[in-house]
Ligand binder design. Sequence first.
Ligand SMILES: CC(C)(COP(=O)(O)OP(=O)(O)OC[C@H]1O[C@@H](n2cnc3c(N)ncnc32)[C@H](O)[C@@H]1OP(=O)(O)O)[C@@H](O)C(=O)NCCC(=O)NCCS
Length: 188
Amino acid sequence: MRPETLSSRISTERLVLEPVRSDFAQSLFDYINDWEVMRWLASPPWPFALADMHQWIARSCAARDARRDADFAITLHGAPIGVIGLVGLGMGPVLGYWLARPFWGRGYMSEAAETLLAQTFADGQSFVASGVLEGNAASLRIQEKLGFRIVNERYIHARPHGRPMPHVDTVLGRGQWCEVRVSSPKSF
Ligand SMILES: CC(C)(COP(=O)(O)OP(=O)(O)OC[C@H]1O[C@@H](n2cnc3c(N)ncnc32)[C@H](O)[C@@H]1OP(=O)(O)O)[C@@H](O)C(=O)NCCC(=O)NCCS
C-alpha cells in the first residue's frame, strides 16, 4: 500500500474510511463492547475497557507510521460505526473488520471491504489474506463475494473466548480479484 493511501481518507458510495485516531475511541468502544461483535474477533481482550481501545488506537497509529498496518474507522455521516484494516503490510497483509450491531445487514461492510481492496490491489499488492471463526456465515459470505477462497482450516487462539477456536483461513489474489470484478462488476 502506498504511503499516501495509508494516511488518506477513502470514500465509498455511502461511507468514509478514516485513518483511526484517538477521538474515535469512545464511540468505537461503545460499539465493540458487545459480545455479539466481540465473539467473532480473535485479538481483543474480554472484558474490554475504554483503556483497551485507547491502547489499540495508539498501537495502530504507531504501526501506520511504521507502514506496517492500515486501520480505518468506518464512518457514516461523520460518525464511526466500525473498523476495517490491513495488518502486516510489508509481509502479506491480512484483512480484518467489525461493524457496530445497529448497522448490520445493509451492505456496509461489503462496500467498505470492496473499496479498501480495490485501493490495495491498485497500489500493487498481489495477495490479501483473511478468514473467519467457524460459524461466522455473514463474514464468510462477504469474503466469498469479494473472491476470497478458503485455503486452510485450523485452530487459532481466540482471545475473547480465552481458548482455541476453529478458524477458516482465506486468501484473495489479484488475478481472482480482477476476474470477480469483470464477471460481476456490481456485486455489491
Ligand atoms: C460480519 C459483519 C462485518 C457483517 O457486516 P454487514 O455490513 O452486516 O455485512 P453486509 O451486509 O455487507 O453483508 C453480509 C452478507 O452476509 C449475508 N448474511 C448475513 N447473515 C447471514 C447468515 N447468518 N448466513 C449466511 N449469510 C448471511 C448477508 O445476506 C450478506 O450477503 P448478501 O450481500 O449476499 O445478501 C458484521 O456482522 C460484524 O461486524 N460482525 C461481528 C464482527 C465480525 O464478525 N467481524 C468479522 C470477523 S472475520
